[in-house]
Design a protein. Structure first.
Length: 76
């Protein structure tokens, strides 16, 4: 399993990079929980067409983004 926090830091130069990092961290979390790539690939169509699943995935990214924003002192 790769690093769960890319480059071992949550510090980013700006909010845009922070948002991209939040998406990456969320994806790495899913990969860490379900390590079998074939199973992830098999499940993808089920959640890709589910509004509830997509909203929940967005929520996970929002939580990661809030964490990254706090680590960056909200880019102030």
């Amino acid at each position: 399993m790769g690093d769960l926090v890319p480059d071992n830091t949550l510090i980013t130069p700006d909010a845009e990079a922070g948002r991209a990092l939040a998406i990456k961290v969320a994806r790495l979390t899913i990969k860490a929980m379900q390590q079998d790539g074939e199973i992830r690939k098999k499940l993808r169509p089920q959640y890709a067409e589910s509004a509830d699943s997509l909203v929940m995935a967005g929520h996970v990214v929002a939580i990661e983004f809030a964490t990254i924003a706090a680590a960056n002192n909200y880019w102030r």
